[in-house]
Ligand binder design. Structure first.
Ligand SMILES: *Cc1c(COP(=O)(O)O)cnc(C)c1O
Length: 364
C-alpha cells in the first residue's frame, strides 16, 4: 500500500484545517466531531453515529451498549483482525467461532445459525477485505432468534449489499479509520453506527466515563473520545472515499485483465455485493514459494490472518482444534495480499503479474 499517494494533493488543505483546529483551542469532542458524526450517518444512509477513539473501542462499546457481557455468547468469524474476537472477550463474553463462506470469506450464515445456543446474544459478521457478509441473511437470522446483529465494518466503508451501504443492517455497526483503512484518519479513530438513538446514547455515555456532564456518573465507561484534528481530517476525506474505492475496484479489474487469474485464484465477489478491496487477497496452495519469489522481485505481499482466532493460544480453552473450521483454515493457509491502493497504475500491476507468473513457472 501507498497510503499517502491517494491524498497527496489534499495535504496543503489538510495542514490548513489542522492549523485552524490548533488556533481554535478546542481539541476533544468539539464541533468537527459532531459534524463528522452527522456526515458519516448521512453517508451510510442509516442510523446514529457516535465517534470513538478507534475501531476496537467501537466494537467493545457497541457490545456493551447492547447489554452483552459475562455468560453471553457472540457468534463470529475466526478469519479477521484480532480486535473482533478481542472485543467480545473483553466484555467477558465468549466468542463462538463459526466457519466462513468460501466465496466472500465472510461468516457463513448457515454455519453461524448452527452455532447458536440459548446463551447466544449476538451474531457478529465481519465484512472481510472490503466485501460485506450476506447482510440480508444475517438480519433475518438475528430477528428469527431474537439476537442482535453487529457488523464489524472496519474494512468496508462504502461497500454495498443489494445497494445499501455497509453499516445499515446492524443493531450496531462499527468502522475503523486507522490510517491504512479505506477511509483513513492520520492517527487512530473509529465510529459506531447505532440503529436507534437509544443505543447511540448508551455508546455516547460509555465513551465518556459513563457520564453526560462530568458530574454524575451513571455507568462504568471508558475514555474513548475522538479528537478534533482527526475529525477535521476525516471530514475532508469523506467526500473522497467513494472515488478512492473506485480506484481500488478499477485496479482489481485490471489485475484480472492482465491475466493474474491464470496463476492464482482471484478474490470473488458474491452476487448483489460490491467489493472495495481494502485488501486484495489472492489464493494459492504454494503461498510460501510465491511470497519468497515476490520478495526477490521486489513486490510487496503480506499474509492476512495466517493463524485464525480459534487456533490462537489465547483461545485454547475454548477447545477448537485444527480441522474445526476447514474453510477458515484453508483461507488462512492460502491467502496472500498483493499491492492494492487507489493510485495503483497498470505499469505497477504488470510488474506484479509478471512476478507472479515467474513464480508460477518456476514452480511448474
Ligand atoms: C482494523 C480493524 C479493527 C480495529 O480497528 P482499530 O481502529 O485498529 O481499533 C477491527 N476489526 C477489523 C476487521 C479491522 O480490520
Amino acid at each position: 500500500m501507498d497510503i499517502k499517494a491517494q491524498y497527496e494533493d489534499l495535504l496543503p488543505e489538510i495542514k490548513q484545517l489542522v492549523g485552524d483546529v490548533i488556533d481554535s483551542g478546542r481539541f476533544i469532542l468539539g464541533p468537527n466531531v459532531r459534524a463528522l458524526e452527522v456526515e458519516v450517518a448521512a453517508s451510510v444512509g442509516y442510523g446514529h453515529a457516535v465517534a470513538v477513539a478507534n475501531g476496537t473501542d467501537a466494537l467493545e462499546l457497541g457490545l456493551q451498549a447492547l447489554g452483552i457481557g459475562p455468560g453471553d455468547e457472540v457468534v463470529t468469524t475466526a478469519y479477521t483482525f484480532f480486535a473482533t474476537a478481542e472485543a467480545i472477550a473483553r466484555r467477558g463474553a465468549t466468542p463462538v467461532f463459526a466457519d466462513i463462506d468460501p466465496v466472500s470469506l465472510c461468516l457463513d450464515p448457515d454455519a453461524a445459525e448452527a452455532a447458536i445456543t440459548e446463551r447466544t446474544r449476538a451474531v457478529m459478521p465481519v465484512h472481510i477485505f472490503g466485501q460485506t457478509a450476506d447482510l440480508r441473511a444475517f438480519r433475518e437470522l438475528a430477528d428469527r432468534h431474537g439476537i442482535a446483529l453487529i457488523e464489524d465494518a472496519a474494512q468496508a466503508f462504502g461497500a454495498t449489499f443489494e445497494g445499501y451501504r455497509a453499516g445499515s443492517y446492524g443493531d450496531v455497526a462499527t468502522f475503523s479509520f486507522f490510517p491504512t483503512k479505506n477511509f483513513p484518519a492520520m492517527g487512530d479513530a473509529g465510529m459506531a453506527i447505532a440503529s436507534s438513538e437509544e443505543i447511540a446514547e448508551k455508546v455516547r455515555l460509555l465513551r465518556f466515563h459513563g457520564s453526560r456532564d462530568k458530574r454524575v456518573f451513571e455507568q462504568i465507561g471508558v475514555n474513548s473520545r475522538l479528537d478534533e484534528m482527526q475529525a477535521v481530517i476525516l471530514r475532508r476525506f469523506l467526500p473522497e472515499v467513494d472515488g478512492w474505492n473506485e480506484g481500488r475496484m478499477a485496479a482489481a479489474a485490471r489485475y484480472r485483465e492482465l491475466g493474474l487469474g491464470e496463476h492464482v485464484s482471484l478474490p470473488e465477489v458474491a452476487p448483489g455485493r460490491s467489493h472495495i478491496y481494502h485488501l486484495y487477497v489472492v489464493r494459492t496452495p504454494a503461498r510460501e514459494q510465491l511470497q519468497r519469489r515476490l520478495k526477490e522481485a521486489g513486490v510487496a505481499s503480506a499474509v492476512y490472518y495466517g493463524q485464525p482466532h480459534h487456533l490462537q493460544p489465547v483461545f485454547r480453552h475454548l477447545g477448537y482444534r485444527e480441522g474445526s473450521l476447514p474453510v477458515t483454515e484453508a483461507a488462512s493457509r492460502e491467502g496472500l495480499a498483493l499491492p492494492m491502493f487507489p493510485t495503483l497504475v497498470e505499469e505497477q500491476q504488470r510488474e506484479v503479474v509478471n512476478a507472479v507468473r515467474g513464480a508460477a513457472s518456476a514452480a511448474a
